[in-house]
Design a protein around this ligand. Structure first.
Ligand code: KG4
Ligand code: ZN
Length: 338
């Protein structure tokens, strides 16, 4: 089954064609990052307009790349939640019109389920059940992937997402948006013990996390240094911050793996590209004696191929929408049949 997949929830317009949920025939992305950089973050109205301008041509490009015509497509899948509402709406309306015009099934896909499914593209042998650490710009959670469309959230951040914190600290350090990758790069030559930053333990659920205290501590440290004219060691600050994020995530994942007894562990989302998190997850998986799946960096960030992968399994489970499909700024990953 060939699925035309559409993603437009933030600042990347993306269209892919994916076969049977596992094989990427083409994956086209038009990034708006440069455009938003001058504002230091995504401007929702500009994002929506740019999606409208890009999406139709990108779909034609996807078909051309795959040497296919519209008749070769069997279904259309689209991110319907969560994201910037105007941006998500562009993709949803485009997918609805494709479904109507070509008389093919319309498959709604939750963006975070898509991130998890990026692993199915990279690792043909990976099948549920497994545990997945989801770390993106807007979400941070430990998910028990019981089946392709059946999930349980074991723990989640109670405030900021990990990616949000990376970007905020990077911004204050003068790095261009989105600063996560630049902060990661700087951290690689630093001493991660140079600055003491908190690892908070919020609430009663051992799998829940908090990042706002860490973010505030890092920002206070930077502002204080600026006020007293102290020169911070940038590389070491980035290394200390990355270590604190990783130390907040990885021990919880280890505990959750022990509780579930799973033998497979995956990572997903833009922050899954982080070198410190990848290193610590690798060491943790080795110690646990479990198989670790980490998508290549190209599949960690937003893309449409992951939506096509998850779309296939949503279709198999009967999750098909009609023309009343709406876009949602927020929605639980648990979802409901539409
Ligand atoms: O999953 P994603 O592409 O978009 C959302 O669904 O939110 O994640 C984007 C986030 C941004 O916050 C970006 O700075 C962060 O992923 N990111 C990184 C790295 N690469 C991307 N954060 C830390 N280290 C990286 N290497
Ligand atoms: Zn994303």
């Amino acid at each position: 089954m060939r699925i035309l997949a559409v993603e437009s929830s933030c600042d990347e317009t993306a269209v892919a064609i994916v076969e049977d949920g596992r094989r990427v025939l083409t994956d086209c992305i038009a990034s708006q990052v440069e455009l938003h950089r001058i504002y230091g973050g995504v401007v929702p109205e500009i994002a929506s307009r740019k999606h409208i301008e890009a999406i139709y041509g990108l779909a034609d490009q996807a078909l051309a790349n795959a040497k296919m015509t519209r008749q070769d497509i069997d279904a259309v899948a689209v991110t319907y939640a969560p994201g910037l509402i105007g941006a998500v709406l562009v993709g949803v309306n485009f997918a609805k019109s494709v479904s109507l015009a070509l008389d093919m099934p319309l498959i709604p896909v939750h963006h975070i389920r898509g991130h998890i499914a990026a692993n199915y593209l990279a690792f043909q042998e990976l099948k549920p059940p497994f545990l997945c650490l989801v770390v993106s710009g807007g979400h941070t959670m430990i998910v028990d992937v019981q089946d392709y469309t059946k999930m349980q959230i074991l723990g989640t951040t109670l405030d900021d997402a990990a990616g949000e914190c990376f970007d905020k600290v990077a911004r204050v350090l003068g790095m261009p948006y989105p600063g996560g990758a630049a902060l990661d790069k700087a951290s690689q030559n630093g001493d991660d013990t140079k600055y003491l930053l908190p690892r908070s333990k919020p609430g009663t659920n051992p799998y829940d996390m908090s990042f706002s205290g860490l973010k505030t501590a890092a920002l206070n440290l930077i502002h204080h240094a600026q006020q007293v004219g102290e020169q911070l060691e940038l590389d070491s600050l980035c290394a200390s911050f990355s270590a604190a994020v990783s130390d907040t995530l990885v021990p919880r994942v280890v505990q959750a793996m022990k509780q579930t007894g799973y033998k497979s562990l995956a990572v997903a989302g833009g922050v899954a590209a982080n070198s410190r998190i990848r290193r610590d997850m690798t060491a943790a998986a080795e110690q646990l004696g479990v198989k670790l799946y980490m998508p290549p960096l190209s599949l960690c960030g937003d893309n449409a191929a992951m939506i096509g992968a998850q779309g296939y399994y949503e279709y198999l489970s009967g999750n098909i929408a009609d023309m009343s499909l709406n876009a949602y700024a927020t929605k639980s990953i648990l979802g409901e049949k539409l």
